[in-house]
Design a protein around this ligand. Sequence first.
Ligand code: ADP
Ligand code: MG
Length: 285
Amino acid sequence: MATLPLHPLSTNSIPKVSLQEISLSYKTSSGQRLLALDHIDLKVNPGEFVCIVGPSGCGKSTLLHLIAGLQPPTSGCVLVDDNRVEGPGTDRILIFQDLGLFPWLKVGENVEFGMKMKGMSKAERREKTEYYLRLVHLSQFKDSYTHQLSGGMRQRVALARALATEPDVLLMDEPFAALDAQTRDLLHDELERIWAETGRTIIFVTHNVREAVRLGDRVVLFTFRPGRIKREFLIDLPRPRHLEDATVAQTAGEVLKELREEINRSLEVEYNEGVRPHVEPGAEQ
Ligand code: ADP
Ligand code: MG
């Protein structure tokens, strides 16, 4: 099988996504401020596949929401193609674990839905629906309802729907977490193939380190609250990769060693904290 292209970090191109000194704090129910993300600097190159890992509660979903433009940072800025993100845009799309497919629509209609929202003509929608269903190997299920499909197939419908709107950046929030191991394995292969074919930029959040190393050009490890970048791992293993590759396992072991420190810290904090979250210095009201 041909080796899929790597998208190495280059120093001279404009990043597709650039996070500059991003911090975000939430107001908790007790009125205190909880610092979720703390001074995040991250550049993602066009066509790069970046995986974000970190313990639960370290701000991974928050980070994707910021890039999607669903919420503004408390300080710092998010740039896409050097333009400041001020809100949602059709150049970015967020795919959740909970896919948000419509059970009353057929598979093809679900795929068409996002394009309809984007105002594409019927003819264009038809053509792209055919194309993207073919890409995820679901052409023959175009007229099925989503409840007639397996979990993995539904995930592929969601992927086709997202890809059909032709966003430059795919933001994926633990999309495969609820699937069984074999289905996840197949979807890794599909996602890697589709990424190579379409050249999209992917930012993929997972708490599964092996999955991150299997998929990513780069794995960015976050600390537990507040979320900071603890370390970045450049994964220059040849593609296609497999979860069971010895090299994948070995690299994942290195990442896991560091992640464990954060998980232990998170357990300690949650145990001691009970009700006392991390509070920004000077932010108590
Ligand atoms: P992750 O996706 O890594 O598990 P999140 O981004 O969901 O983490 O959350 C980061 C932190 O911010 C967590 O401590 C979470 O409880 C808190 N948080 C997330 N959303 C809100 C919100 N809307 N209001 C208050 N706190 C929030
Ligand atoms: Mg999350």
